[in-house]
Design a binder for this molecule. Structure first.
Ligand SMILES: *Cc1c(COP(=O)(O)O)cnc(C)c1O
Length: 815
């Protein structure tokens, strides 16, 4: 969105106190997640459960200058207030106005199960050809929907939004805000049903969303749904999908021993898919996606390709290998009777003899609903679980209804502390818990030892470190996060996705491939490609990446490619100026010619930048200042000649901490995110975001004079205990730190690496440390620190991190 405070007040008939001409691009409603305060207003949302107004001080502390609230608080200076009668209504009015004024093709998805999956999948399939906006996560409520709608901007052609209701009357309000052109109704079930008299009432409510739709694509497996849609909406284009034979779009042949493919019938056409998903819920959701792709005119060939490439939507029926040969199926996304049935269907495709169920209380339903738990027990008893763990005081009351050996616990904590989980082996374990039961903890307990060696990335620490650097800058200065080289070794899209969620302004990658990977994973933040290879211009344009242009030759080649592809609008590029690094960039004397060419081509200079060679070396201050002055001179020359002011940026992490006077309009943070700083004052405030750790595989007693490892490079000086650690040079531990050059941490003490480092293992001398097999080993973070470890390796943290091999599992932690 892009409105002034005055426009917002007018659209929503609210009162304004303060500056009428501030630009607002985002509305934040969660004070904890405010990342950028630039052009952002904070809305204090009052619901019957909570008043957002108590978070106003936090938002102002973070630098927010515009507050939308039902009440005015006079104690703050310099804040502009938009005073509204009802905060939720305000959001809805603004969202309605906003979406009505964008001519995009809208898709509205409702139903009980599968909304999020269908939305995410559609997004994965469409965004490449049609710039698409979607609801974040499962934002679909009275507040979530408007927040989602407000993300729409000029560049979007398609909007996919989830719409969810929990009681009667809500859909009417939502439909008044948002009338999708295309409606999708996914599976209808008993979720939230306690607020509805019966299924028919629920169906009727949901169907209100399609009042003004042109097309309705609906799951036709439910008879009442079919009947209602056909009576109410006979004048619209209707397409039913599902497993039953009367549907327009259906599965006619599922995977089985004889048939290795899945056959789908779309009206009279047949499409065949290789089978990588076989459970009914997944297949049904895929049918909905196929219907939409057909509506968008994709060929069958393209549709098959797109369906094959769908990525599983996280947090839903994930399966992971557990300890003791268990297989864990985790579905903690939502819990109601229907999703339980779906989970049971899902586990039946696994060929495991023995199954264990861990099930929590079920919400969304009246607590005293005895019949609900009777029903749960009834369907559960058909599944032949060997044992069942019930967690929660409600469900535990019905213990005797379950046929299997059943144990009860009031909380997840109690179950974990009981040690009972440790005796489960060779089982398929279905974890089905309502969110508040935090079954993730059970999952991580059961899968813990799977990855002995991990690189653990603390995303909260990354955010903290970004905020420490932000605090050195003006609030309006933009930030580009450098995520080149697999985000400095920390991971591909996981880091970018997290940064995007926190509204980072730009992402920087080295090569086009890296940018393409991010886009394929749904990253929509602008991406700067610093080393656009000649052969990659095509994909750069296809994936909406923004190249660094560092010479006249590159400019011309790129401009030709734009021409060739017939790109109409001015394409954003970034001009790199050479100021003293002597790597890439335009020299000062080339500027006149550069500007002449820039005017000729169909490009827009999004930014002008340069790179400091020695911002982390205080002794080179003169040189750095010279670079900065050259940059100032050259960049003004370019912008004057262009007649507009592109963003300027020169500071990297070290630059931010030492030269913040020269932040211009943007800075580029890299290693600082990880918690490294050349500036000791800043370093103190940072948190180390990366831990490389493993566990001891084996301990052996070694007698004096016995040799350790290849080529007998080390002989024990006295009788000692040697621990073997399962990491080697193939994991990124340089061989040069063997033979007592390097250390790892065990029981918070440094122990020295003895003998030559092997490909997949190394040995350390435990001396007197009372460690046992299976104990944790810290390669870095803590004792030793990443900096110390880099010292052993005679290099810098950048090289250590980017050398950690891809086979080391990256784990992301976040509150
Ligand atoms: C990698 C890189 C950065 C980030 O550097 P840090 O020292 O990690 O902050 C900034 N700018 C450019 C051009 C880079 O290549």
């Amino acid at each position: 969105m892009n409105y002034t405070t005055k426009e917002i007040a007018e659209i929503t008939q609210s009162q304004i106190i303060g500056d009428k001409n501030l630009q607002i691009h985002h509305i934040a409603f969660d004070s904890r997640n405010i990342y950028s305060t630039l052009k952002t207003a904070f809305i204090a949302i009052n619901t019957h459960k909570n008043s957002g107004e108590k978070y106003i001080p936090q938002a102002i502390e973070k630098g927010i200058k515009v507050i939308i609230s039902e009440n005015f608080y006079s104690e703050y200076d310099g804040i502009t207030w938009i005073i509204v009668e009802n905060s939720v209504k305000f959001l809805q009015d603004l969202a309605h106005y906003h979406i009505e004024n964008h001519s995009i093709k809208t898709i509205g998805i409702t139903g009980s199960n599968g909304k999020t999956i269908v939305k995410e999948w559609l997004y994965q399939c469409l965004w490449n050809e049609f710039p698409t906006v979607k609801s974040p996560k499962s934002f679909n409520s009275q507040i979530g929907l408007p927040i989602s709608l407000l993300q729409t901007s000029e560049k979007h052609q398609v909007g996919i939004f989830e719409v969810g209701i929990s009681k009667p009357q809500e859909m009417k309000t939502l439909e008044e805000i948002f009338s999708p052109k295309i409606g999708i109704l996914t599976h209808i079930g008993t979720a939230h049903s306690s607020n509805f008299e019966n299924e028919l009432q629920l169906i009727k409510e949901k169907l209100i969303l399609f009042k003004n739709s042109e097309i309705i694509i609906y799951n036709g497996d439910n008879e009442q749904v079919c009947k209602e849609i056909k009576t109410q909406y006979s004048d619209k284009k209707l397409i039913s999908f599902g497993l039953k034979t009367h549907n327009d779009v259906k599965i006619i042949c599922n995977y089985n021993d004889r048939n290795q493919e899945i056959l789908v019938q779309y009206f009279s056409e047949k499409l065949s898919f290789p089978a990588n998903q076989r459970d009914e819920a997944t297949l049904t959701n895929a049918l909905a996606v196929i219907c939409i792709l057909k509506e968008f005119g994709f060929t069958n060939e393209k549709i098959v390709e797109k369906i094959n490439n769908l990525k599983a939507v996280e947090m839903r029926l994930e399966s992971v290998n557990g300890v003791r040969n268990n297989l864990i199926i985790n579905d903690s996304f939502n819990l109601d009777l229907d999703s339980l049935i779906i989970a049971y269907q899902f586990i039946n495709q696994y060929n495991r003899d023995e199954k264990t169920l861990i099930l929590s209380d079920i919400f969304d339903v009246k607590n005293d609903d005895v019949s609900l738990y009777h029903k749960v027990a009834e369907i559960t008893n058909q599944q032949n679980f060997k044992q069942i763990f019930l967690v929660g005081n409600q469900i535990s009351r019905f213990q005797e209804k379950f046929n299997a050996k059943t144990y009860t616990f009031s909380t997840t904590k109690e179950l974990l502390e009981s040690q009972q989980l440790n005796s489960i082996e060779n089982q398929l374990i279905l974890l089905k818990g309502a969110r508040i039961f935090e079954f993730e903890k059970i999952k991580s307990h059961l899968e813990l030892q799977k990855h002995d060696t991990v690189l653990e990335i603390n995303l909260n620490a990354i955010l903290h470190n970004i905020n420490v650097h932000k605090s050195l800058l003006k609030p309006e200065t933009k930030m580009c996060a450098m995520v080149k080289a697999y985000s400095y070794g920390l991971g591909g899209y996981e880091i970018a996705e997290f940064l995007q969620h926190h509204h980072i302004d730009y992402l920087g990658v080295a090569y086009a491939d890296e940018g393409v990977d991010l886009r394929k994973n749904g990253i929509t933040t602008p991406i700067l490609v610093m080393n656009p290879e000649q052969g990659s211009y095509d994909v750069i344009i296809d994936y909406n990446l923004e190249p660094e242009i560092y010479s006249l030759r590159v400019l011309e080649l790129f401009a030709n490619q734009l021409q060739l592809k017939g790109i109409q609008q001015k394409y954003p590029i970034h001009i790199k100026v050479e100021t003293g690094m002597h790597r890439l960039g335009f020299k000062e004397h080339e500027i006149d010619e550069l500007v002449e060419n820039l005017k000729k081509y169909n490009v827009k200079v999004a930014s002008i930048f340069s790179h400091l060679s020695s911002a982390d070396v205080p002794e080179e201050d003169d040189y750095t200042m010279e670079q900065i002055h050259t940059f100032q001179r050259v960049s003004s020359k370019i912008s004057e000649a262009l007649g507009y002011q592109p963003i300027r940026h020169i500071l990297n992490t070290a630059g931010i901490t030492y030269y913040s006077d020269y932040q211009f309009e943007m800075v580029r943070i890299g290693i600082g995110m990880v918690g490294i700083s050349a500036n000791p004052e800043v370093k103190k405030q940072l948190q180390s975001a990366v831990t490389f750790k493993t566990v001891i595989s084996q301990i052996s007693e070694v007698k004096q004079g016995e040799s350790i490892g290849y080529n007998r490079k080390y002989k024990a000086e006295k009788d000692t205990r040697i621990a073997t650690i399962p990491v080697g040079y193939a994991d990124g531990i340089p061989r040069l730190i063997g033979n007592k050059k390097g250390f790892v941490g065990i029981h918070n003490q440094k122990v020295s690496i003895v003998g030559n480092i092997c490909m997949d293992m190394l040995m350390v001398d435990l001396q007197n440390i009372k460690a046992k097999e299976g104990d944790e080993v810290i390669i870095f973070n803590g004792n030793p620190t990443l900096e110390e470890f880099s010292g052993y390796c005679q290099t810098i943290p950048y090289e250590v991190l980017t050398s950690i091999s891809r086979r080391v599992k990256r784990i992301y932690i976040k509150d």
